[in-house]
Ligand binder design. Structure first.
Ligand SMILES: [Fe+2]
Ligand SMILES: [Fe+2]
Length: 317
């Protein structure tokens, strides 16, 4: 049984899109056959990441990092020139080396899969990257855990017997460990951190208008209440985190039982942002942490405002 009285810190960061030319990158990193000299935006994002590192170092208790999707940019659909390389092996190294200063100062890491267009089918770049981390917490495939009924066991054994021509007895005698299937990355993490229940997953939809976008947090909070009680007959999480939209949204204490937070990113606007008519909207940069103890939490969102406000009226004629 977990001791909830011990203080623990949960850190949620996501949407790094490492390998994009407008995303965070470690300065001086080797990108295949050349050394990366980052542009102005990338250098600023790196400064922010180093500030985040310092804040994480100062957090109390066991530190649990949740990397909430879109860690890298593999440009699966080949729709952009705004990438530094197409070499998957190099991209994997870029992700690891850029995130290394953060990975080094936490105790456990959960890698959550992002969007297929950015991290590949089944989040393959995230799965590959996560597989190399020594302190990654792996996802167990529950469908083949040992918690199966006798009926299921018998049915499974019958199927396996047909496929492998082994006797049911032989199969049932296998130690449970051999049946476990695990993955290095997760589609969704539901976890209790010092008694604070968190539901963390990459995707959610968000309105495009300034007065509809923030409402996504209320939507998520209410959907959680409905889904956990009515649909899953389970306890409601205290905190819900979603990413993907690169913008903050927060339900704060609009609902007593659950708070939903949509997360900022570590990349600025790509060409796609201009394509969808969001040219005057800036992506939010930052991360969130929660200090948890005995079922209570203190949540802080760390926001990095854009430097010099991008000097909007710079040109004169
Ligand atoms: Fe993203
Ligand atoms: Fe995404």
């Amino acid at each position: 049984m977990e001791d909830n009285t011990k203080i623990k810190s949960g850190i949620v960061m996501g949407d790094f899109h490492i390998n994009s030319t407008v995303a965070v990158i470690k300065p001086g990193i080797q990108v295949g056959e050349f050394i990366c000299h980052p542009n102005y935006t990338q250098r600023w994002l790196w400064e922010c990441l180093m500030d985040a590192r310092q804040k994480i170092v100062e957090l109390p208790g066991k530190k649990i990092l949740f990397l909430n999707g879109d860690a890298g940019e593999v440009d699966e659909r080949q729709r952009s020139y705004q990438v530094m390389t197409n070499n998957p092996a190099v991209i994997q190294t870029l992700i690891y080396e850029t995130l290394e200063p953060i990975l080094d100062v936490v105790d456990e890491v959960y890698v959550i899969r992002g969007t297929e267009a950015h991290t590949g089918k089944s989040g393959w770049i995230e799965e590959a990257f996560a597989n190399d981390l020594v302190h990654v917490v792996r996802c167990e495939d529950r469908s083949v855990s040992e918690d199966v009924t006798e009926e299921q066991e018998e049915f499974g054994a019958r199927i396996l017997k047909r496929l492998k021509k082994k006797s049911a007895k032989e199969i049932n005698e296998k130690p449970p460990e051999e049946k476990k299937i695990t993955y290095a990355s997760w589609h969704q993490v539901r976890i209790g951190v010092a008694g604070v229940k968190m539901d963390i997953c990459h995707h959610t939809s968000m309105g495009k208008l300034p007065w509809t976008a923030p409402n996504v947090a209320n939507k998520l909070a209410v959907l959680s209440i409905f889904d956990y009680t009515e649909h899953m007959k389970a306890e409601i999480p205290n905190l819900v985190f979603r990413s993907h939209n690169h913008m903050w949204a927060d339900s704060y204490d609009n609902y007593d039982v659950v708070r939903a937070v949509c997360m900022a990113a570590w990349t600025t606007a790509t060409e796609y942002v201009y394509r969808i008519g969001m040219e005057n909207r800036l992506a939010d940069i930052g991360f969130a942490y929660t200090i948890c103890e005995n079922g209570d939490y203190d949540l802080k969102k760390v926001k990095y405002p854009h430097k010099d406000s991008r000097r909007v009226w710079r040109l004169t004629a």
